[in-house]
Write a protein that binds this ligand. Sequence first.
Ligand code: COA
Length: 243
Amino acid sequence: MTEVFDGDPGFIIRPYQLADRQGVRAIYGSDEFARPDLQRKYPRMGEYLADSMSHYTDYEPESAFVAEAQGEVVGALLGAVDTARCERVYRRHIRPLLIRRCLSGAYGWPGWVLPILRTEWASRHTVYPDVALRQYPAHLHIGVLPLWRRRGIGAALMTCYEEYLCQRGVAGFHLYASSFHPLGVAFYRKLGLEDLGQFEWRLHDGLQWQRVTEHIFGSRLDGPQRRSLGAESSAPEMTPRVT
Ligand SMILES: CC(C)(COP(=O)(O)OP(=O)(O)OC[C@H]1O[C@@H](n2cnc3c(N)ncnc32)[C@H](O)[C@@H]1OP(=O)(O)O)[C@@H](O)C(=O)NCCC(=O)NCCS
């Protein structure tokens, strides 16, 4: 049984299907905010970015949701119910996949690897606030194509994911939003998510270092702490439909 939500007449929010894989990869393979110069210089870096998110579509597709408009995937929320398990899968399967594909030339000349390695090396001294995974075990990533933003799609995807987590009895979720993703930070604040802390790190963009503030947001889905779904958002009223 698949739940589908009707939103604005212009789009629907529904569970991810295998046929959506390319559309989802296109959204996550083109992040216009993170290292845009490197992405322009090395267009096949997008393949790497999409592969680095492939845990969600390939190992936990049931926790992914898409927004479809005019027959195309225009937004996607990629979730993981158990963050600790997701990290294990990433170390065991995704990281080796990235290395293998990089060495085999699947990403073309990987001129962006050095800035990424420099960033990882510089992060070794970063102090990360602990996220209480008992209270906030799930996490998510979200992206909407530029032309489709500010129409309530992001908020509708969040509502759908929260309902999904609630149905599974998941206690809560958290997420990270970098200062170079200002739309994300504004969006999560508007949704009224809890502020779980922040920390500073440095990103090498291929030319120079950038200071980044990483915000951690979260939401409890059990008990009185639960925020009312969609209360602060512009999500259209959604009617569950069962197909
Ligand atoms: C963040 C993102 C997913 C929001 O999706 P969206 O479909 O545009 O969001 P919605 O239309 O549901 O917006 C809900 C509310 O969030 C706030 N918001 C969303 N985008 C905003 C922006 N650019 N500036 C200020 N507030 C914003 C608004 O209050 C908005 O309600 P309103 O339009 O009635 O004022 C989208 O901007 C995006 O894909 N950004 C690039 C990727 C990204 O930053 N992902 C998050 C990484 S941490």
